[in-house]
Ligand binder design. Sequence first.
Ligand code: MN
Length: 244
Amino acid sequence: MKPIIGINGNVGQSDYEASTLSVRSTYVDAVLKAGGTPVMLPPIPDREAMLAQVEACAGFIFIGGPDIDPARYGEKPHPTISRLPERRESYDFALIEEAIRQRKPFLAICLGCQQVNVALGGSLIQDIYSDVDTQVQHTIKQAPYLLRHDVKVEAGSMLGDLLGVDGLSTNSAHHQAIKQPGKGLRVVARCAADGIVEACELENYPYGLAIQWHPEYLVAEPLHLKLFEGLVRAATAESLAAQR
Ligand code: MN
């Protein structure tokens, strides 16, 4: 059985692309490689249809992208912010809130990690280089499959148990990061050199993992593939439970 893993789609940014709803093949292929059935969830402005999308999925990937409107965590926008298209921002938050309400497994990546945090009442560092004194290169869009910094993983966390290591090297393509963790989120990994939050997990939850790096580019390495395999395992259990 290959459980259905919903992947939220992106909305094109320019006028020309604005009608294109899409998902990068790296996310799709990572879910496939981990044994799941990837299904793209196009952002839709219809609550009933969104609920049917959530119902149809046994687990979720919440993908990366540009920045959340800081008004969602009570701040004015920093000049470096590049905003999500409104269609995607409102859909993503509705989707994430409903998936969590239904306690469905998820792996949230980069922007997805930040969205889960804000959906649960947390806040963000709007621009790492404006707020934090660090030499670490967190914000590198080029060659996203290259490793950029080390991450320390907390022993005894779900993430630590899943990976079976207390640290790993990751890529890094974010200029924002988690400041105050949202309700129920536990910080379980930080950048080894500067302490920037690199992963959180939802406690007492069947696989709710929010990570700041991009493991979908790194699934050739077993350690990063495990993040997707863990999701597929939890989603398999979820869909078996739903059949009963
Ligand atoms: Mn980083």
